[in-house]
Design a protein around this ligand. Structure first.
Ligand code: GLU
Length: 460
């Protein structure tokens, strides 16, 4: 089995493309086949090298490794031209000299007669040769049916009469999409073409080209669309659609890959899958036929899961760029790991984690004014003064933070919560934070003393 992913470098890799890539990857891996990458850059105007870079980077980030070097379609234009010439020689293609306005008129006529806009085949039997502005068209059958058994959608049939003679080589000598894709898929030995169902209408044309070229047909499978929560096709309107945007928002690749797999594929009611596990389980039998709805909450849930699963050391490393992006000084690996350990149970994304980590890394935390009014009263400041004394003693000598807390609350005849909250506010700026013991450990004695002093000095 050889599958391929064939993105056009006219934009970043988006969610739908990434799912197509993932399913092709899994299909090939499952069968110990090959998964190849072809960059469809024949549209010179819209293709950009930076999009190729970005697509390759996104695939690497997701862990979707391809076999061999990426193939660039534009570099294969000679082969496409040769095959077009061969079709001409076989009488399966012809030169067409119609001007764009003639073609438009022919489409309008077809529309007015209640048909689909189509080319009327005017040059089909004229035996024309090359000419400036001329194109080569495929000479399609005028009747009969073209069909295939789709790997996902089942049997699909088109009437040949609905398909007009498509241009295979443009006047600039470059192939059109359908021609290039068939020549390349056939030449690269692709056995299974799995792509978005926006290509269903192209498939009968491609089948006719395969037959005319005498190439064996691959299997075709068309993945249902991905919709937004309002059931409209997923688009920018629904939020971020590019894979790299998710990376920048602090999603982990494992979460995105897991999420994309479940966007259409299922394995019982299991939700959590690693890539390696999926490589063993994936099959098209369990890919749904109906459109999948993109659900950001579920992606968040998976991301929170994978953040929790990531060891603090590694998580700290992942967190670092998100801290830097907030303009915070990034601490060394040991402190980063400690910070990550205190926040990994409470963050849906790395960006959220960085926001929550901010209080650790600033000189003094911004104290929430409403909480300050409530907690930094004369009594609260008295409690803080006691904390300052207690925490000045090396931790080994005071029986640990829990011991200190119990001792202080007994001394002051106050509940542990009432004793802890002023300290929490002084150290973190808020009344909700990771465990105070961990916070004290990350901050270290100097910062703790400085924060307590600043809170005592604060006039709310
Ligand atoms: N370059 C085409 C696209 O990005 C490939 C379609 C196909 O897989 O045949 O839509």
């Amino acid at each position: 089995m050889i599958t391929r992913f064939a993105p056009s470098p006219t934009g970043h890799l988006h969610i739908g493309g990434a799912r197509t890539a993932l399913f092709n990857y899994l299909l090939a891996r499952r069968e110990n086949g090959r998964f190849v990458l072809r960059i469809e850059d024949t549209d010179a105007q819209r293709s950009r090298p930076e999009y190729t870079e970005s697509i390759l980077g996104a695939m690497e980030w997701l862990g979707l490794s391809w076999d061999g070097e990426p193939v660039f379609q534009r570099a294969r234009a000679d082969l496409h031209r040769q095959r077009a010439q061969w079709l001409l020689d076989q009488g399966r293609a012809y030169w067409c000299h119609c001007r764009p306005e003639d073609i438009e008129a022919s489409r309008q006529r077809a529309l007015a007669e209640g048909g689909k806009p189509r080319y009327d085949g005017r040059c089909r039997d004229l035996g024309l040769g090359p000419a400036p502005g001329g194109v080569i068209r495929f000479k399609g059958p005028l009747d009969g049916q073209v069909g295939w058994t789709d790997l996902i959608k089942g049997p699909i049939v088109f009437e040949a009469s609905e398909l007009d003679d498509l241009v295979i080589l443009r006047s600039d000598g470059l192939p059109t999409y359908n021609m290039a894709v068939v020549v390349d898929d056939a030449d690269m030995g692709i056995t299974d073409v799995l792509r978005g169902d926006d290509h269903v209408n192209n498939t009968p044309r491609q089948i006719l080209l395969y037959q005319a070229l005498g190439a064996p047909l691959p299997n075709f499978g068309h993945l249902p669309m991905i919709l937004g929560s309002d059931k409209a096709r997923l688009s920018k309107r629904h939020g971020a659609t590019s894979v790299m945007a998710y990376r920048e928002m602090g999603y982990l690749p494992q979460a995105l890959v897991n999420y994309l797999a479940r966007l259409g594929w299922s394995h019982g009611d299991q939700e959590i899958f690693g890539l390696a596990e999926m490589e063993g389980l994936f099959g098209l039998r369990n890919v749904g036929r109906s459109a999948a709805v993109f659900n950001p909450e579920k992606l968040d849930w998976l991301n929170a899961h994978y953040i929790k699963e990531t060891p603090p050391g590694a998580l700290g490393g992942l967190l670092a760029p998100f801290l830097a992006a907030r303009g915070l000084a990034v601490p060394g690996p040991e402190v980063l790991a400690k910070i990550a350990a205190t926040l990994r149970e409470r963050s849906k994304t790395l960006a959220e984690m960085a926001a929550k980590a901010e209080f650790y890394l600033v000189g003094l935390p911004a104290i929430d004014p409403a909480s300050a009014k409530k907690l930094l009263t004369a009594e609260g400041k008295g409690i803080l003064a006691r904390w300052r004394e207690a925490l000045a003693v090396p931790p080994g000598d005071h029986g640990g933070f829990e011991g200190l807390l119990r001792g202080l609350s007994a001394d002051l005849a106050a509940k542990p919560g009432a004793v802890a909250q002023p300290l929490r506010l002084a150290l973190t700026g808020s009344t909700a934070s990771p465990g105070l013991f961990e916070v004290i450990d990350v901050l270290g004695p100097e910062a703790v003393a400085r924060r307590i002093a600043a809170a005592i000095a604060l006039e709310p």
